[in-house]
Design a protein around this ligand. Structure first.
Ligand SMILES: [Zn+2]
Ligand SMILES: [Zn+2]
Length: 248
């Protein structure tokens, strides 16, 4: 921190501190992250209407799904992500995921709120479910990042949050596998927690919350489970970040 910044802090001690860069700031659209940091996030505006990911290079025709979704349509109705997982936004998200920074859940959930308002408000969502984490990883990281985001968002939109799924297997890092291998790896990976009545899903509109979509396989597998095995009516996905669809 520069001397000038320190002096400014002494003169204006009431200004909030940015949770991403640590500087004090005047105002920002997202409480907890300064506008200078926000300007470095690549918020997604042009995305595949199905998986919600950006396509690189930008060759999407408006209204047309990306090549991956054309090849195989995911089981969910559609997904949206707030920003692309790259550059500075990626650094801040990694800090949230691995840096023991649960305080970042609040600004991220405000971002999710804006996208919820834009894309899901009229979908009559009955409840939110976070992507579950395997028990071993939870012990290691101390908390499930997706669950925290879902919980914070649930308070803002006044839609119930149900942490009812359970991850049976601790899967290999999915990005190292081929598409087929990813599917096999996740088959049967999700189950209902003990004592949860499967009937809660029947004919319901569900919104799955996660921190990041990398390959899309996890959200597809959960959607499949919730739709086909639990009898949900519609399933949507909202995540903080997503990895772009890269065309060769
Ligand atoms: Zn900042
Ligand atoms: Zn797509």
């Amino acid at each position: 921190m520069k001397v000038l910044d320190i002096l400014k802090d002494l003169v204006y001690p009431e200004k909030p501190v940015c949770l991403a860069c640590g500087r004090r700031y005047d105002h920002s659209e997202i409480e907890g992250v300064c506008d200078r940091c926000l300007a470095r996030f690549s918020f997604i505006t042009d995305a595949c209407p199905v998986c919600g990911r950006e396509v690189v290079p930008a060759t999407l025709i408006e209204g047309q799904p990306c090549p991956e979704c054309k090849e195989e349509r995911p089981p969910y109705n559609y997904a949206r992500s707030v920003f692309t997982y790259s550059g500075y936004a990626r650094e801040v998200l990694l800090e949230y995921k691995y840096g023991h920074r649960p305080d970042l859940a609040e600004p991220f959930s405000q971002m999710l709120f804006l996208y919820y308002d834009e894309y899901f408000k009229d979908r009559d969502i009955d409840f939110l479910i976070p992507v579950p984490m395997h028990g071993d990883r939870k012990t290691y990281r101390g908390y499930n990042q997706a669950a925290r985001l879902a919980k914070e968002l649930s308070k803002k939109i006044k839609v119930e949050y149900k942490d009812v799924l359970f991850r049976v297997k601790n899967s290999l890092p999915l990005y190292t596998l081929t598409k087929k291998a990813r599917k096999l790896e996740l088959e049967g990976a999700f189950e209902l927690k003990d004592k949860i009545d499967p009937a809660i899903f029947e004919d319901k509109n569900i919104l799955i919350i996660d921190d990041i979509i990398t390959t899309g396989t996890t959200s597809s597998e959960i959607s499949h489970f919730v739709l086909k095995e639990m009898g949900a009516k519609n399933v949507y996905v909202l995540t903080a970040a997503s990895v772009p669809v890269k065309l060769d």
